[in-house]
Design a protein. Structure first.
Length: 650
């Protein structure tokens, strides 16, 4: 393999370049099998594309192992050496989401009615008759190569070369679900209604994408696909399940009074499914999610509410413990508006501290001075149906629960099953399994942000597509986040980045943190809900430890990029505390120190001791106990000032 055969993609991924699609598929399958066997522990995703394989690890060590093994894997693929199917038990340590997930060999038959809107145009372009186009499309087996822009959209390769036609000059605003189409050397079936520029040959009623199924994608990379022409009456629409409401009915432990600008249910996402078009999604600021959860005794990735720019108002229907972390917002729990009793005054709480709530209370997350996203966690974690192991809301694909709206009810897991969720029974999306999944990352602007946000990046993988001045401009300019930014990506204004190469880049896998540059020269920084593949060159990739900072960027924020070596970037980490083995009972209360109210949670045994001290006529022991608590808080804050991961268990 040449020195250019492996390209760095940030600090937690690499791109393996290969001569053709056949080698891509063989290398991707070998990587999956080695991950399943434990030979390559810590792999999160293996994403084949037209001429590349993207390998994503949960940390730098996992990527370095993949880079070390890559030359031998590629040599075996090029030589055509077969490997035995992966049937034995995994023996290595670690694993990651790809463990025991080698792609199954499948044969799929897609019954198709050939009456597509572009069938005549394809016949004219190729010089074939309509019947000959259909015969060419059905005569050979297609090979499912790699996932595309939507869950279940898979590029099929290996068809009749006479059917190679260009995309439409302008894409259709909506292509119906089940449309069978071709473009370039590929064919595909649209799993859902979406915009698209492929040539439509026909339609099928087969359910291409079913996230609730054992195999969510009917067509997955590696499968053999045959199209079979049928008459219209043979194919009937797949019956849709009857529904009485567009919103799920669930126990109501919380009621959304005001959802704010955008409030979503998020956990750590659904890593490991990029090969079938599903991005990781999850919380934009994972460190903040972890801190909010740890403050109430949850596993760090339990489902919580991610709210944008404040304005969220919740009514509490039963007693519970909450915490808020992330943007520097004001949190004011107190009695519901119009409560005639008015028994308790609404008070503010510091971030990352437990907040005791009573039935009828409202919890208000007001606008932030710094940062844009806050996370509201509740002891036990939010309930709800998991999709591909996660309760996260993916705004690009539509997977997971929809955005919250006024009147929605939310369930807290401790109320659903009668007991708090322990780490062992938490869903896959609540456990660290993907890059930047823990709180060992730089805190976002909510904690200590003034002036331009500095994001470290690794040049490439396609920096050679740009003039040398472009890379210098990326690191030397100050960029501004535009209002057109969202969870998919932050669009940046600044100097244009000129290309050295023209033409189109074949689609290849991308990761969160990729700085993709469209033809207009203005970069887009991909974030949590990014597409899994892209066709514009990526000039650099932000390292995993800085993604939480990127997730807190607001329109108008200034950004600077700092180029680093993937193996030399200093890790900004705080000391880590051991996770609780289970959600132990706690007693929550608050104290005021130097005019600042602080929430605390302590085991019931300590609460009983303090209660005994309160009953004692001698106040000295109680003063000493409070002084010890205050000193512990101050040591905790000093130990993790400006870093993530600390202050969670105050």
């Amino acid at each position: 393999m040449s020195d250019r055969g492996i390209r760095a993609v940030g600090d937690r991924a690499c791109l393996i370049e290969l001569p053709d699609l056949g080698n891509v598929l063989r290398v991707a399958e070998r990587l999956r099998r080695l991950a399943a066997r434990g030979v390559l522990p810590g792999l999160v995703d293996v994403v084949p594309a037209a001429r590349t394989v993207l390998v994503v690890g949960e940390n730098r060590a996992a990527v370095r192992r993949a880079i070390a093994e890559a030359p031998g894997i590629v040599a075996a693929a090029v030589d055509g050496a077969d490997e035995e199917p992966c049937a034995e038990e995994a023996t290595g340590a670690g694993g990651g989401p790809l463990r025991d997930r080698a792609m199954p060999e499948r044969q799929v038959v897609v019954k198709t009615v050939y009456d597509g809107a572009d069938l005549d145009a394809v016949a004219e372009y190729t010089g074939l008759s309509r019947e000959a186009v259909v015969a060419a499309h059905t005569a050979t087996a297609w090979r499912a190569a790699f996932g595309g822009f939507a869950p279940g959209f898979v590029y099929l390769a290996g068809g009749d070369p006479r059917l190679r036609v260009p995309r439409l000059d302008a894409p259709r605003p909506s292509v119906p679900a089940g449309s069978v189409a071709i473009a370039g050397e590929f064919s595909a079936v649209y799993p859902g209604a979406s915009p698209g520029g492929w040539r439509l040959l026909g339609r099928t009623a087969a359910r291409i994408w079913d996230p609730a199924g054992e195999l969510p994608a009917l067509i997955a990379p590696g499968a053999s696909v045959r199209f079979r022409a049928v008459r219209d009456r043979v194919v009937s629409a797949h019956p849709a399940p009857e529904a009485t409401s567009d919103r799920p009915i669930c126990p109501r432990d919380l009621t959304v009074v005001e959802p704010g600008l955008l409030s979503l249910v998020q956990d750590l996402g659904r890593a490991g499914h990029a090969a079938i078009g599903v991005t990781g999604s999850g919380a934009m600021d994972r460190g903040a999610l972890a801190r909010a959860n740890r403050a109430v005794g949850n596993p760090p990735g339990s489902a919580a509410i991610e709210t944008l720019a404040g304005g969220l108002v919740l009514r509490v229907e039963r007693a519970m413990l909450a915490a808020v972390a992330g943007a520097a917002a004001t949190v004011r729990p107190g009695p519901a508006s119009g409560d005639p009793a008015g028994a308790r005054e609404a008070i503010g709480f510091a971030a990352d501290t437990p907040i005791p709530l009573h039935p009828g209370d409202t919890l208000r997350v007001e606008s932030a001075d710094r940062g844009i996203r806050s996370y509201v966690a509740f002891r036990g974690g939010l309930g709800g149906e998991a999709v591909l192991g996660s309760r996260s809301s993916d705004q690009l694909s539509g997977l997971g629960p929809p955005p919250l709206r006024a009147g929605d009810g939310l369930a807290v897991r401790s109320a659903v099953d009668g007991s708090p969720a322990a780490p062992d029974d938490a869903p896959a999306g609540s456990r660290p399994s993907s890059p930047s999944a823990c709180a060992g990352v730089r805190r976002g602007p909510g904690s200590a942000h003034a002036g331009p946000v500095s994001l470290r990046f690794v040049p490439g993988p396609r920096d050679d597509w740009f003039e040398p001045v472009a890379l210098a401009a990326l690191g030397g300019a100050e960029w501004t986040v535009t209002p057109r930014s969202n969870r998919v990506g932050a669009r940046l204004e600044g100097p244009g980045l000129p290309r050295a190469r023209t033409g189109e880049l074949l689609s290849e896998g991308v990761v969160a943190g990729a700085i993709q540059v469209p033809p207009d020269g203005h970069p887009v920084l991909f974030l949590a809900d990014h597409p899994v593949t892209g066709g514009y060159p990526v000039i650099g990739t932000v390292i995993g430890d800085d993604l939480d900072l990127a997730g807190q960027l607001a329109p108008g924020d200034a950004v600077r990029f700092e180029a680093v070596d993937p193996d030399g970037a200093p890790q900004r980490r705080c000391r880590r505390r051991a996770e609780p083995a289970a959600l132990e009972p706690v007693t929550a209360f608050s104290i005021e120190v130097d005019g600042r109210r602080r929430g605390l949670r302590i085991p019931p045994e300590l609460a009983a001791i303090m209660a005994g001290l309160l009953e004692s006529p001698d106040e000295a022991p109680l003063r000493e106990a409070i002084a010890a608590l205050v000193a512990a808080i101050e040591r905790d804050e000093a130990g993790c000032s400006g870093d993530a991961g600390g202050g969670a268990n105050r």
